[in-house]
Design a protein around this ligand. Structure first.
Ligand SMILES: Cc1cc2nc3c(=O)[nH]c(=O)nc-3n(C[C@H](O)[C@H](O)[C@H](O)COP(=O)(O)OP(=O)(O)OC[C@H]3O[C@@H](n4cnc5c(N)ncnc54)[C@H](O)[C@@H]3O)c2cc1C
Length: 302
């Protein structure tokens, strides 16, 4: 087995051009588990296996904020810990919220957004947020670059649109104007893979409400019926939502899901949980006007 350690994006693309069957290794928090558990074989069609370790590629480890165009481009090698830190945490709060739920501090220090995309588990915590925000993925290979929506990228359970020799370079995410949030349920409170997950993101200038669900279908899904219903039913003027509207939003979300029974959960529980999370996230996104009452004398002197 040989390990190539490129120091630039050009070197990484070149290495993958030379060894299209190579395994890309970022933080290794998924890849090494797969190797240790024998789900990924060392060697490709009997040939020696090459690993391209991309954690020293500066272009993948960085991000750029384009304020005039209202978007952020995040290198595939940016870690969850970095997504939680400022300024990314404030610009993309649902992504920060999702990142906070990933594994442990050690996993968040090593695990990357590009690795979450590369694995493409329906339970990946970054993916419902990228879906709700309509993120775009940039791929590169020795034959050039291509861009696609995150929905085109996620093809199936742990299946992506990546071709041999292609590298995930970055993800471009619009900065929305409105509240957004992420929720996840699992069998315990921490260090847990999502049994079901949901992201709601509001973009007030367009009066759009996006809802993406994780772990309830082969890939992350959007819920267009629930989105259209909510956009036409919330009170945009006061920033409030009637609890009955939120309940119907939850019902439509549950109806969009296509979950399976497996060792983590029954399909019925997943569907129910998706509906509950969607309802709660919508209520959270439309809490009504902030309390503007003048401070009391007592509170002013504290
Ligand atoms: C204890 C533990 C807890 C975890 N908890 C969670 C959790 O709560 N939520 C969650 O979503 N995940 C969790 N994970 C899974 C994992 O941490 C994440 O999916 C993480 O984002 C993977 O990133 P990585 O950099 O480690 O990827 P790697 O393991 O290095 O790679 C993962 C896959 O992506 C490919 N890849 C990586 N980077 C690129 C690139 N730039 N271009 C092309 N392909 C690429 C690799 O070839 C591989 O197939 C957990 C893992 C462990 C071990």
């Amino acid at each position: 087995m040989s390990v190539v350690v490129p120091l630039s994006l050009g070197e990484a693309v070149e290495a993958l051009g030379a060894y299209p069957g190579a395994m890309v290794l970022a933080g290794g928090t998924d890849a090494m588990v797969e190797i240790n558990e024998g789900h990924r074989r060392l060697g490709h069609d009997g040939s020696p296996m090459t690993v391209v370790a991309v954690d020293r590629v500066a272009e993948l480890r960085s991000y750029t904020i384009d304020r005039p165009r209202g978007r952020v481009t995040i290198g595939a090698g940016v870690t969850y810990t970095e997504l939680l830190a400022e300024p990314l945490g404030s610009l993309l709060p649902a992504l920060a919220e999702a990142s906070r739920t990933v594994g442990s501090p050690q996993i968040r220090n090593a695990g990357t957004l590009g690795g979450n995309l590369g694995t493409c588990s329906p339970a990946g915590d970054g993916l419902p947020v990228l879906s709700a925000l309509d993120a775009e993925v940039l791929l590169a290979s020795s034959s050039g670059e291509r861009r696609m929506s995150v929905h085109e990228f996620m093809v199936g359970v742990k299946r992506t649109a990546l071709e041999p020799g292609e590298l995930i370079v970055s993800v471009t995410v619009p900065v929305l104007d409105g509240r957004q949030g992420y929720a996840k349920v699992g069998v315990r409170n921490a260090m847990v893979i999502a049994t079901a997950s949901a992201c709601v993101a509001v973009h007030a200038p367009e009066r759009s409400i996006r809802l993406a669900l994780g772990s309830v279908a082969p890939t992350v899904i959007r819920c267009p019926d629930a989105e259209a219903f909510a956009a036409g039913s919330v009170d945009w003027g006061t920033g409030t939502v009637d609890p009955e509207v939120a309940a119907e939003f939850g019902r439509l979300a549950a109806a969009s899901s296509r979950p399976i029974d497996d060792h983590r959960s029954s399909a019925e529980y997943r569907r129910h949980a998706a509906g509950v999370m969607a309802r709660r996230l919508l209520l959270r996104a439309f809490p009504g006007p902030a309390d503007t009452a003048a401070p009391t004398e007592e509170s002013e002197t504290r």
